[in-house]
Design a protein around this ligand. Structure first.
Ligand code: HEM
Length: 405
């Protein structure tokens, strides 16, 4: 059995380049490796684009109900995944997943995005305008975090006065909080409970008096005639809140770092390249570091005999660096043709918020393209200590406006 050279469950190694080296070694062998953890929770590691996309496409054999990240294998994480299984999208399997997915997709679909776009574009532009030529600042905190939490809260219809509190709660609940890496489980549990209580009230309010937001649409009757229960609506508000908060924030921060000291790329952005740049940022950043699946029945898969109950991990950032699919895979190349990255996953669970994330990132990088001549880096950024989200805890940069030299 091929053994992974680094313990990918160890949060601390994700604050370094070690995972990228391990992924590259494993891709080179072309084999699926075993990651022992010293406990009963060892897992298989999938690193090539082919292994990962095949696994994403087979929800009938690779179940999501056992949890979507390694965190769900132990303690309170396991209890939380069990409680939400079958009701929250990301921890559901077909046919329940298919039913709930239709409703959630309809709620955060095209018209939600059309309604939200001007507001998010204005906020992104305001945040960029405030920081241009204002000296070095932490982009992760000042722009990325505020924009991400405001977008997801506005989508769900939470009033503006609650956005920063909800953003902080979501950070703590997800366990990769920028201010405190891996807060204690009791803090996470308390934050989760507060988010559930908040959306519980919002769901009741929107049932009584619907508005034009995603929460109102979630609790309404859907085109299929489907109607989610209150519990399902609350669980999926929570799923949207956590799914959309840290991921998009870390893509934004990684993106600005990719632009640092690259005035040539900034010029390409100004020249209509924003959408392509966003895809390339998503490919290399791949903030959803891994997803977990549980094997439902014994099967042979890419040369390995999986047993029922085995856990497999799909490392999106590794698939996105696979040279079998992406030429010069580690280069930041916004002119890359056919950028079929897996940052949003694939298949049945393909990120339901992908269009929201793209809208938000396009708005942000459009403002940067319009207002900024040069992004300069302010020293080595600090990576997050997390095997769930790959990103930066702090990234000091300076935005130089077009008016100054
Ligand atoms: C750059 C930003 C984002 C990235 C990289 C990302 C990544 C992902 C990935 C990889 C999955 C698949 C999970 C799986 O297969 O188990 C997923 C699913 C999901 N995402 Fe995102 N996401 C992003 C933004 C968002 C946003 C903005 C929202 C909310 C508006 C959101 C809500 C969700 C939900 C609810 C699911 C579960 C879908 C399902 O199971 O059918 N995500 N996301």
């Amino acid at each position: 059995m091929l053994i992974s050279s680094a313990n990918l469950a160890d949060h601390t190694i994700h604050a370094t380049d070690a995972p990228e080296r391990t992924w590259a070694e494993l891709r080179e062998t072309g084999r699926i490796a075993w990651n022992p953890t010293g406990e009963a929770t060892g897992f298989w590691v999938l690193t090539t684009y082919e292994q990962i996309s095949d696994a994403y496409r087979r929800p009938a054999v690779f179940s999501s109900t056992g949890g979507m990240t390694l965190d769900s294998l132990t303690g309170d994480g396991a209890r939380a995944a069990t409680a939400a299984a079958g009701s929250m999208l990301v921890v559901s399997d077909p046919p329940r997943h298919t039913r709930i997915r239709r409703s959630v997709h309809e709620s955060v679909g095209a018209h939600a995005i059309t309604a939200l776009r001007p507001r998010i574009a204005a906020l992104a532009d305001e945040l960029v305008a405030e920081t241009v030529d204002a000296g070095p600042f932490d982009f992760a905190d000042v722009i990325a975090s505020r924009l991400a939490s405001a977008t997801i809260c506005a989508l769900l219809g939470a009033p503006e006065s609650d956005h920063s509190r909800l953003g902080r709660l979501a950070d703590t609940a997800f366990g990769t909080s920028a201010s405190e890496a891996h807060p204690a489980w009791h803090a996470r549990a308390a934050a989760n409970a507060e988010i559930f209580a908040y959306y519980g009230e919002l769901v009741s309010a929107r049932r009584r008096r619907p508005r034009g937001d995603a929460t109102s649409r979630l609790v309404g009757t859907h085109r299929s005639g489907e109607r989610l229960t209150d519990d399902e609506a609350v669980l999926n508000c929570h799923g949207l809140m956590l799914g959309g908060n840290e991921t998009t924030r870390h893509a934004a921060t990684a993106g600005v770092l990719m632009l640092a000291d690259r005035p040539d790329v900034l010029r390409r952005l100004q020249d209509g390249g924003v959408a392509d740049a966003v895809e390339e940022i998503l490919r290399l950043a791949a903030p959803a570091a891994h997803v977990l699946r549980t094997v439902r029945r014994p099967l042979r898969f890419h040369g390995v005999d999986f047993e029922e109950g085995d856990r497999i991990t799909l490392w999106n950032g590794s698939a996105n660096r696979d040279t079998a699919v992406f030429e010069r895979a580690t280069d930041f190349d916004i002119d890359r043709a056919n950028n079929r990255h897996l940052a949003f996953g694939l298949g049945a669970h393909y990120c339901v918020g992908a269009a929201v994330a793209r809208m938000e990132l396009n708005a942000l990088f459009q403002s940067i393209a319009t207002r900024v001549r040069l992004v300069s880096g302010g020293g080595a950024p600090t990576r997050l200590r997390s095997n769930v989200i790959r990103g930066y805890q702090e990234a000091v940069v300076e935005l130089h406006g077009k008016g100054r030299r």
